[in-house]
Ligand binder design. Structure first.
Ligand SMILES: *Cc1c(COP(=O)(O)O)cnc(C)c1O
Length: 377
């Protein structure tokens, strides 16, 4: 008898088994599918309330939420923005596209978040803002960062794309920046397929973002433009998913925390693997993904381990590749001599396991068994 073929375990699979289908059908039946539909404002209001903000501006994805935020703050040529090197390209791209200069900081080897103690040394008279990014499930130290920003009169853009429902020192992630941004890509804690949100308490910034999202049409003379915007609108279909998903955020976070603890237990006896910190002084991990950094005692790097996982039909992803090592930025003459050893190391030795909300205990058991196999000597 041959074994039945192994089912692949995808790196991410979302959970869509609540009100999603019913609300989508409502869109179809009422004919409201564009960004003019009622779910968009409902989602904006509910999401802003969830992070304790006055305004929510729904946009097409988390990347353009950053583009609009940088421009809304009036950041442009001659300005510098400080950000972690260990993050997604969207952060640095938003700064570069606005004509400003990204200034990168290394990360903490245990939390993988920006080393906040290294930020002050990067501040120059040109610095306009700090872009903080919460990485992989633990928050950046926003208490220290806000104090620093205040001291130097800098704005904070908070990229909370991986931090729905997370807190820092008791305050919601997404409540710290002049503007804070979220993504609703399917691997985030809450998904609309594609989607994003900017939240703020500032009326003028909110208005700026709404205008930038909608091609800078003017209320009085619609097709006469004082400024260039984009079409970054979210559709009613996507917002319907968002409304359904938001109602389940606490349940989703509890589920991710349980998964994180379970992975930690299943993998904790493999020597030389650095697993995510369960908590810091400021928050309990909510395990956006379950990241692993392979210790120096192993000959394997992340690529080799991911190949072996793949041979067992287990999906995984490498860690971010640091901004200061991106060919695209080198070609622009950026970061010619930057050396940020922590980010460089975890980029090469870090990867994450299947971490989606639909992951089952049985799947986790199989992942853990294969990991033990890979790392046995
Ligand atoms: C996912 C993500 C984004 C981008 O969001 P998209 O919706 O995929 O464009 C931005 N920043 C961080 C930290 C992310 O994880």
């Amino acid at each position: 008898m041959t074994q039945p073929p192994l089912q692949p375990i995808p790196v991410n699979e979302p959970l869509l088994d609540g009100d999603e289908k019913r609300l989508l059908i409502e869109c179809i039946e009422t004919g409201w599918i564009s960004s003019e539909g009622p779910f968009v404002q409902r989602f904006e209001a509910a999401f802003a309330a969830r992070v304790g903000r006055r305004h929510g501006i729904a946009v097409a994805n988390g990347s353009v939420a950053l583009d609009a935020s940088v421009v809304a703050l009036g950041i442009g040529a001659g300005d510098e923005v400080i950000l972690p090197s260990f993050t997604i390209i969207s952060c640095a791209a938003a700064i570069v596209r606005a004509g400003a200069t990204p200034v990168v900081v290394d990360c903490d080897p245990l939390t993988w978040n920006m080393d906040v103690s290294a930020v002050e040394a990067c501040i120059t008279p040109r610095t306009k803002a700090i872009m903080a990014v919460h990485i992989y499930g633990l928050p950046t130290d926003m208490v220290a960062l806000c104090a620093l920003a205040e001291k130097h009169g800098l704005a904070i853009i908070e990229d909370a794309a991986e931090a729905h429902g997370q807190t820092c020192a008791g305050r919601p992630c997404g409540s710290f920046g002049a503007l804070s941004t979220f993504s609703f890509y399917p691997n985030k804690h809450l998904t609309t397929g594609e989607g994003g949100m900017i939240v703020t308490d500032d009326d003028a910034l909110a208005e700026r973002c709404r205008s930038l999202r909608n091609l800078c049409f003017q209320p009085a003379r619609r097709f006469v433009h004082e400024e260039l915007g984009w079409n970054f609108r979210l559709t009613n279909l996507q917002a319907a998913l968002g409304v359904a998903q938001l109602g389940r955020l606490d349940e989703f976070i509890a589920r991710k925390r349980r998964m994180g603890a379970r992975y930690a237990e299943l993998l904790g006896d493999i020597p030389g693997l650095q697993l995510p910190l369960p908590s810091t002084e400021q928050a309990d991990n909510h395990y956006w993904v379950f990241g692993i950094v392979i210790g120096p005692e192993h000959d394997l790097d992340a690529e080799a381990v991911m190949q072996q996982l793949s041979a067992h039909k287990i999906g995984s992803r490498p860690f971010f590749w640091p901004m200061h090592e991106q060919p695209v930025f080198h070609k622009m003459g950026l970061f010619p001599h930057a050396s940020l050893p922590v980010a460089e190391n975890i980029a090469r030795r870090g990867f994450y396991l299947p971490s989606g909300l639909a992951l089952t205990d049985t799947q986790m058991d199989r992942v853990a068994a294969v990991m033990h196999d890979i790392f046995k000597h």
